[in-house]
Design a protein around this ligand. Structure first.
Ligand code: C5P
Length: 209
């Protein structure tokens, strides 16, 4: 039997995570947040006191990552996301993680993978590709509101600067830069509710199933 893959890409805080979980739950598909695989490598290196710029060490760490053990609550910290975007520029790290992600994508009856390069590199044959985006201001506002409603404190301008720095690193790298696949459907969630984005995604998926 074959697997049906929904590929979802986009910048940080665009709403990919929520949308991916809703789609996976609605269709009974397996979901992989591929950002967690990069975060897990970064955390393992930080915990072991290893440098973030040694490709051989980072590759060995990437080859040892167990997809079944990824825990969002442990990996969600801001510093881990920053470190993840640094190790994500290394081709050998990407090759190791992409291989594990492709194995996951083959699960039946279907899968949802979200990240930066799913439609372009990991699953170029996916029958449905979505590129979920929102303006940097809107994404920074959502991140900021999340921090404040979680009882934390932050400065909006710092959050905004972080969002823009992460975009530059993800869109500017040589290996697998963030960009929409030629055949991706664009979903700009700047002025769209989660529900409206989900309904739009469902229409694209139902048309391809
Ligand atoms: O999406 P998330 O913030 O968890 O991703 C952390 C970092 O991992 C991203 O900023 C990006 O540099 C990297 N990443 C990637 N390719 C993916 C998923 C994440 O390069 N498919």
């Amino acid at each position: 039997s074959t697997s049906f893959t929904v590929a979802i890409d986009g910048p940080a805080a665009a709403g990919k995570g929520t949308l991916s979980r809703q789609i996976a739950s609605h269709y009974g598909f397996h979901h992989l947040d591929t950002g967690l695989t990069y975060r897990a490598v970064a955390k393992a290196l930080l915990d072991a006191g290893q440098p973030l710029d040694n490709e051989a060490i980072a590759e060995a760490t990437a080859l040892a990552i167990d997809l079944a053990g990824l825990d969002r609550s442990v990996l969600s910290q801001h510093q881990i996301g920053e470190a993840a975007s640094k190790i994500a520029v290394m081709p050998k790290v990407r090759r190791a993680l992409v291989e594990a992600q492709r194995k996951f994508a083959a699960k039946t009856p279907g899968t949802v993978l979200d990240g930066r390069d799913i439609g372009t590199v990991v699953c170029p044959e996916a029958p449905v590709k979505l590129y979920v985006t929102a303006s940097p201001e809107v994404r920074a506002r959502r991140r900021y509101d999340e921090i404040i409603s979680g009882g934390g404190s932050a400065d909006f301008n710092d959050v905004f600067a972080d969002v823009k720095r992460r975009d530059e690193r993800d869109m500017g790298r040589a290996d697998s830069p963030l960009k929409p696949a030629d055949d991706a459907h664009l979903l700009d969630t700047s002025e769209m509710s989660i529900e409206a984005a989900f309904q739009a995604a469902r229409a694209f998926i139902d048309a391809a199933l």
